[in-house]
Design a protein around this ligand. Structure first.
Ligand SMILES: Cc1ncc(COP(=O)(O)O)c(C=O)c1O
Length: 394
């Protein structure tokens, strides 16, 4: 018999993937260069040359076992040390390799984080708008995901709704800043207020409420600003990082869990990750890629394209009368649709080969997401299609 849980999921496939498949199919009809495909968060800027150079050099220098063998179950010791030292330099933390566990991307990191601190039937709270894959990431651990409604004026945290939702079953709060899909960076004031509530509620309920901080977009912040590092503000923080976006290597599946040294049992939690891996098959990420990222911890792909694309879209959208909060990072923009039903709105856009994703599955109906990790030249050409779409329909 087939597993019912996954059979059921076949009828609830990712809207993002479905629209992306539509865009690719449409591309086969009219040429993909004519499809303004804003569906997928697949980084478009080239991998940094130094990353490629590291791989070429490593192949010449290291033994096949070092490069292609299984790594230690917590990750390669030298790589974990390099990650710890880089976080310490950058954020003034005190990590050692004993606080770092190498994972297959942020997805792998979150899979470990939730299993570290939750038992089946516990609750994790996250904030809308949120990355829809959080639903399988959390619920497949037998844990309930609860979603706080959005603060539509700024996409910071709706604290009133959050305080109503938090309860004795809440074991963790999952945040994502810079945020997919809103593009918003949580301010220091937001992170401080969140930390204070978590501390107070942990005392009230007699157990730690962990902060799981999902940070794949940490490096993509605009206007020369930077993202406050949540673990700096809250001891019981489990940071989940991915190199997918910063180095443009999502297919390499590489990231890490970092447990704040100030968190009780931090080192034990990292050793526990090695045991969690055994059950979920996210163990021993590629050895050669671990070595390569460890040599490129202070390098990023050229992110300036994303800021340029964001400004082009933001200016055009606001000129056309869209309500939109200006993104402070990522490669997403999150406007309000011009009709209540954003699914209908996005379908109309498809007729102009302008393909965005309705935000119902992001916990924010009435909005839509554009993933502008595409060539600037294509963004520029898409603006005419957007103008025609809006003028002929609204
Ligand atoms: C908010 C968020 N978290 C996690 C992930 C998963 O990242 P990875 O592909 O590195 O596992 C993504 C990917 O797009 C994301 O946007």
């Amino acid at each position: 018999m087939l597993a019912g849980k996954y059979v059921d999921m076949l009828t609830k496939k990712s809207v993002i993937r479905e629209l992306s498949e539509y865009a690719v199919a449409r591309g086969r009809e009219i040429g993909y260069e004519n499809v303004f495909d804003y569906t997928l968060g697949n980084p478009s800027v080239p991998v940094p040359e130094s990353f490629n150079n590291s791989i070429i050099r490593l192949i010449g220098e290291k033994s096949p076992m070092d490069l292609h063998g299984y790594s230690q179950s917590l990750g390669i010791a030298e790589v974990r040390t390099a990650v710890a030292e880089s976080l310490n330099r950058r954020f003034g933390m005190n990590y050692t390799m004993d606080h770092i566990f190498m994972t297959s991307g942020a997805a792998g990191a979150i899979a470990h984080a939730v299993r570290l601190v939750c038992e089946p039937n516990d609750e994790v709270i996250t904030f809308a708008p949120f990355f829809p894959e959080y639903i399988p990431y959390i619920t497949h651990a037998g844990v309930e995901l609860k979603v706080v409604k959005p603060s539509l004026t700024d996409f910071q945290i709706n604290f009133e709704a959050f305080e109503e939702m938090i309860n004795e079953r809440t074991m963790a709060v999952l945040v994502n800043t810079p945020n997919n899909p809103s593009g918003i960076v949580y301010s220091e004031a937001t992170i401080k207020k969140l930390s204070k509530i978590l501390l107070d509620k942990s005392r009230e309920y007699g157990h730690i409420i962990y902060l799981i901080s999902d940070e794949p977009y940490r490096e993509i912040v605009f206007d020369g600003k930077s993202q406050p590092y949540p673990a700096k503000y809250y001891d019981a923080t489990i940071t989940c990082y991915s190199f997918s976006k910063s180095l443009s290597v999502p297919g390499e599946r590489i990231g890490y869990v970092a447990v704040n040294p100030a968190c009780p049992d931090a080192c034990k939690m990292i050793v526990m990750c090695g045991q969690i891996s055994r059950g979920i098959g996210h163990n021993c990420p590629s050895s050669i890629i671990q070595w390569a990222v460890s040599e490129n911890l202070s390098v990023t792909a050229d992110m300036s394209v994303y800021e340029k694309n964001m400004n082009l879209l933001y200016d055009e959208l606001t000129n056309l009368g869209f309500e939109v909060v200006r993104p402070s990072g990522t490669f997403y923009i999150f406007p309000k649709a011009l009709e209540e039903d954003s699914v209908a709105f996005c379908k109309k856009g498809c007729k102009y080969d302008f393909i965005g994703v309705p935000a119902d599955s992001f916990g924010c109906p009435g909005y839509f997401r554009l993933a502008y990790c595409i060539e600037t030249e294509k963004v520029e050409r898409s603006l005419e299609a957007l103008r025609r779409f809006v003028k002929e329909n609204y």
